[in-house]
Design a protein around this ligand. Structure first.
Ligand SMILES: NC(=O)c1ccc[n+]([C@@H]2O[C@H](COP(=O)([O-])OP(=O)(O)OC[C@H]3O[C@@H](n4cnc5c(N)ncnc54)[C@H](O)[C@@H]3O)[C@@H](O)[C@H]2O)c1
Ligand SMILES: C[C@@H](O)[C@H](N)C(=O)O
Length: 373
């Protein structure tokens, strides 16, 4: 009766352990006998345990958004082009399609996702598919399906096939009753968006699967991410990307948040670096499975002033979007990431001045607003 023994050992360990996971080290119990989803008896369990000397075989879901292509580039440099598969439900641009393996995958299609994992002997999964905060409020049923049902599919497949699973969370996982300045890792989380609710759900489900089934779940709460070569997908922090494009194209920027709205932000290279670092961190180093990460925090007014050092002619006006403003007003102003810095050595490279000069050198500041005047 090995399964029964494993179950009772898992349950007794779970009951003895603290629920918060803060500083408490619990030996994860891997027990495929109590796999979270019943699978057909003929299903194959080609789970490949990843040994440190091998390269992981990586799948990225929702990989054609703001962050996925950059992540694939970083991981392919490290693990080899053919070991990293990008997937999405959209058609990739030529340069993406020809830069490495791409596959269609709808995360709502459980069987197809499982087939991809099995056929490609996937060992690491980065689950990036999501509807972000502003688009989520515009289509709650779709956000609920993609962000919650999709996550359930990914969790079950990851547990069944012994994957290391990364799911990003967000500053949006906090709400108006959370401490906002700074926001620690462990505090009240009562977000008021479907996006935030789905991300708290993801954090809790991932941690539950970790303690219950031994799933190697790792999660970072990202701030608003700023990138030059990819467009944001409909979030509240999008203004901080749009200002660069508008400064160069027209010399005029209309901001949809109030000038004094302070939010945590990060340059994409720091975000992707943190993601790889936490995935490579030894399990013993992780006292928690969900960490805040932080780099800088600024208001639209402060960002505009820094941008004007490069484009002095830039004119900024404010036309507040009530939905986005309400969301931003409920989010952290500053993020406390001291646990990530202590546990696995997280350290950001970009503060506001470096972020702004890097964005302009990427976007080519010589094409700036001469034509706008
Ligand atoms: N960009 C940020 O500022 C930020 C901040 C915090 C957290 N995050 C998180 O990081 C992850 C990636 O963010 P992003 O900015 O690249 O998002 P994005 O909105 O730009 O991209 C999301 C991708 O998911 C895909 N998708 C939607 N429905 C799908 C489905 N049914 N099956 C498969 N794919 C589907 C979309 O086609 C899109 O390419 C998300 O989980 C997001 O919550 C992002
Ligand atoms: C912060 C983050 O999760 C995303 N950029 C949003 O604004 O929705």
């Amino acid at each position: 009766m090995p399964i029964v023994r494993n179950v009772s050992r898992a349950v007794s360990q779970l009951l003895q352990s603290s629920a918060c996971g803060c500083g408490v080290s619990i030996v994860p119990v891997r027990c495929i006998g109590i796999s979270p989803r019943q699978v057909a008896s003929d299903a194959s369990f080609h789970s490949v345990s990843f040994s440190e000397s091998d390269h992981p075989r990586v799948l990225i879901t929702g990989g054609l958004g703001q962050l996925g292509v950059g992540l694939a580039k970083l991981l392919r440099k490290r693990f080899g082009k053919n070991n990293v598969i990008l997937s999405d439900i959209r058609k990739p641009a030529d340069h993406v399609f020809y830069s490495g393996p791409f596959i269609y995958s709808d995360i709502l299609d459980y069987k197809n996702l499982r087939e991809i994992v099995v056929n490609n002997r996937i060992t690491w999964l980065f689950h990036y598919s999501a509807l972000l905060s502003a688009v989520g409020e515009a289509n709650v049923p779709l956000a609920r399906a993609v962000n919650i049902t999709g996550l359930h599919n990914v969790l079950d497949i990851a547990a069944e096939h012994n994957l290391r699973l990364f799911v990003p969370s967000t500053i949006g996982a906090f709400g108006p009753t959370s401490p906002r300045d700074p926001t620690p890792d462990l505090c009240i989380q009562r977000p008021r968006t479907i996006y935030g609710v789905s991300k708290v759900h993801a954090e809790l489900m991932g941690e539950y699967y970790h303690y219950r089934y031994g799933l190697d779940f790792r999660c970072l709460r990202y701030p608003g991410i700023i990138s030059a070569d990819s467009q944001p997908g409909g979030g509240t922090t999008d203004y901080a990307v749009q200002i660069f494009h508008d400064a160069i194209k027209t010399g005029k920027f209309e901001c949809n948040l109030k000038p004094d709205t302070r939010l945590p932000m990060m340059y994409i290279d720091d975000c992707l670096k943190a993601t790889l670092e936490v995935m490579e961190a030894p399990a013993e180093a992780l006292s928690m499975r969900t960490y805040n990460i932080s780099a800088m925090s600024f208001t639209p007014e402060e960002l505009a002033q820094e941008v004007q050092k490069h484009v002095p002619e830039l004119q900024v006006t404010y036309n507040v979007d009530a939905v986005r403003q309400a969301i931003a007003d409920s989010w952290p102003m500053n993020f406390d990431d001291s646990n990530a810095r202590r546990d696995w050595g997280w350290k950001h490279d970009y503060d506001l001045p470096e972020l702004v000069s890097t964005m302009f050198s990427f976007l080519g500041s010589d094409s700036r607003i001469a034509q706008a005047n």
